[in-house]
Design a protein around this ligand. Structure first.
Ligand SMILES: Nc1nc2c(ncn2[C@@H]2O[C@H](COP(=O)(O)OP(=O)(O)OP(=O)(O)O)[C@@H](O)[C@H]2O)c(=O)[nH]1
Ligand SMILES: [Mg+2]
Length: 247
């Protein structure tokens, strides 16, 4: 029956970089089951970042970017000989399993979760220039999500879900700013990870150790996976510094 496995030889073009974007399936349900804080739940964001760290350890990507229930993984070295079905299915499975493990560690009322959790996954091959554009677009989406989320949940204090959606419909960005400002929220002041998302990448950090031969403390600089909660707006410089490979 091997001849029926018609997609199993589908391969990515040689030499391209790829982003794998995974998204939690039906996480609206999960947010209700576990009564996530609105519009942002710090614990949930932490679990997404812990899963990002698990991916980092396992697959050594160049960069991970996450907000809401999505996670973007930039790989410069393509695993599994570029076999698309293998990459997509392994990543979706790995993230679903890592997220579930981390959720169990962090939440006490886990029995409230309706059923098994999963992530979908897609592969996006990108040229170097498009890598920057891709992440800029995802970051704009994070920002839209932030603005709409705050506006919606602020309106919900006084209105039904239908009415809140109706008021928000067709509102421009500056009108949403104003709407929030009048209700005491300066959206530019909310935490950076909510406005710009979170990044995970290798960064040099100082590590204290001990040299037994000289019997003294030594400080060395090591590359460590780092969760950045204060990302800048993405530009070419950010990605150059990240790897010195994306010139
Ligand atoms: N309350 C709360 N909900 C969140 C948070 N982050 C994500 N969510 C929920 O997760 C959903 C993510 O959006 P989508 O991916 O479009 O929705 P989904 O329900 O996962 O649907 P599919 O991805 O299409 O399966 C949001 O609509 C919220 O309901 C959070 O910090 N707090
Ligand atoms: Mg989702």
């Amino acid at each position: 029956m091997e001849e029926c496995e018609i997609y199993s030889n589908l391969k990515l073009p040689c030499g391209s970089k790829i982003v794998i974007r995974a998204d939690g399936r039906n996480f609206h349900r999960l947010s209700l089951d576990l009564d996530f804080k609105k519009p942002y739940d710090k614990n949930f964001a932490r679990i997404m970042s812990l899963s990002g760290l698990d991916i980092f350890k396992e697959f050594s990507p160049r960069f991970i970017y996450t907000f809401s229930d999505e996670i973007n993984i930039l790989l410069e070295e393509i695993p599994f000989a570029g076999r698309m079905e293998k990459i997509d299915s392994v990543f979706a499975g790995f993230i679903s399993s890592s997220f579930t493990q981390n959720l169990f560690k962090e939440y006490k009322e886990i029995d409230k979760v309706s059923g098994p959790l999963s992530f979908d996954s897609r592969i996006i091959p990108l040229s170097t220039e498009l890598v920057v554009k891709y992440f800029q677009e995802r970051q704009s989406e994070a920002w839209r999500n932030c603005l709409n989320g705050y506006a919606y949940w602020t309106l919900r204090k006084d209105h039904s879900p239908q009415k809140a959606v109706q008021i928000l419909k067709d509102q421009k960005s500056d009108q949403l700013h104003e709407l929030l400002f009048q209700r005491g929220i300066n959206i530019s002041d909310v935490a950076s990870w909510q406005r710009r998302g979170m990044g995970i990448y290798r960064r040099k950090v100082e590590v204290e150790g001990y040299n037994p031969l000289e019997d003294k403390k030594v400080v060395s600089r090591r590359n460590r996976a780092y969760v950045d909660l204060e990302l800048p707006l993405f530009d070419m410089d950010f990605f150059k510094i990240l790897g010195n490979t994306l010139k």
